[in-house]
Design a protein around this ligand. Structure first.
Ligand code: AMP
Length: 279
């Protein structure tokens, strides 16, 4: 596995590789876990070369969020990435990505007003800007995004469509711990008691799925039941629970089978966790 830190070097390497090889790309913020690695393995299956980036993107963190404390472990990331079949691990520096006079941003306007965007107004502008930059540097044929960050996946797809970017976005299923908690670098923040409570997101989603399967399609009733489950766990505070259409993220009064995203963000202690199901 080759490690690249310099943006220009990565760009040149990709340009040379593209002459006769396909590139699969997995953008991450590091502190790798099974979720990230499942993306890398799929990329390995579908492409000649796998590039993974590790960059904690300051642009997508607001004042008071966890940019400084976000977990980082470069040695461990290198070992795990190599084992998962990554060919090039790209660690750009903040200075190289955002030089002092940086002033261009990419913004998907409507899809970013709701859900995560409503709670974190600067977040998606930071995400789409960095993903656009990374696509220009790595020049992937395919890029892999987890459904764990459902809205991010939908927003990135829209950016690619609207700006005619020549890359296929491959959505990947959510990887979960044994009890159902979605794997996340931020799970590291949870203490033992909070970790037990963190399963409430999955339990609430499971309840929602069961209700739909038994014929309840009224979203208000489903959300009320989800709230009840979450509130029964200690240390929890609901940020939002929402049921939206997957294409335009419009809130739904009734479940539309095959086109529905049920998503939630919950604080467990000080840690904000997100999860979702598509149905
Ligand atoms: P992050 O490092 O959190 O920015 O995540 C990088 C990529 O990994 C994103 O496309 C995420 O959606 C994806 N990802 C993170 N956690 C999971 C998970 N539990 N299952 C599947 N994909 C995930």
């Amino acid at each position: 596995m080759k490690i690249v830190e310099d943006v220009k070097e990565m760009q040149k390497l990709s340009k040379d590789l593209k002459r006769d090889k396909t590139i699969g790309f997995v953008p991450t913020m590091g502190f790798l876990h099974e979720g990230h690695l499942s993306l890398a393995r799929k990329a390995k299956e579908q492409n000649d070369i796998v590039v993974m980036s590790v960059f904690v993107n300051p642009l997508q963190f607001a004042e008071g969020e966890d940019f400084d404390t976000y977990p980082r472990d470069r040695k461990r990331d290198e070992e795990l990435a190599e084992k998962a079949g990554v060919d090039i691990l790209f660690f750009p520096s903040e200075e190289d990505m955002y030089p002092e006079d940086f002033q261009t941003h990419v913004n998907v306007e409507k899809l970013t007003q709701v859900l995560e965007g409503a709670s974190r107004p600067l977040f998606f502008k930071g995400v789409t800007t960095v993903v656009c930059k990374l696509f220009n540097i790595v020049k992937p044929d395919r890029a892999y995004f987890g459904r764990k960050d459902a809205q991010q996946l939908i927003v990135v797809k829209k950016m690619v469509e609207d700006l005619n970017m020549d890359v296929e976005i491959v959505p990947m299923p959510i990887v979960r711990e044994q009890d159902g908690l979605a794997t996340s670098s931020r799970n590291r923040y949870l203490n033992e008691e909070e970790r037990k409570s963190a399963v409430c997101l999955y339990k609430a989603l499971k309840k929602a799925r069961q209700m739909v399967e038994k014929g309840t399609l009224d979203t208000k009733t489903i959300i009320q039941n989800m709230e009840k489950i979450i509130s029964s766990y200690p240390f929890t505070r609901i940020d939002y629970i929402s049921i939206n259409r997957t294409d335009d993220l419009k809130p739904l009064k009734h479940i539309e089978t095959g086109k529905t995203l049920i998503s939630l963000a919950v604080f467990v202690g000080k840690t904000r966790l997100i999860d979702n199901i598509w149905m």
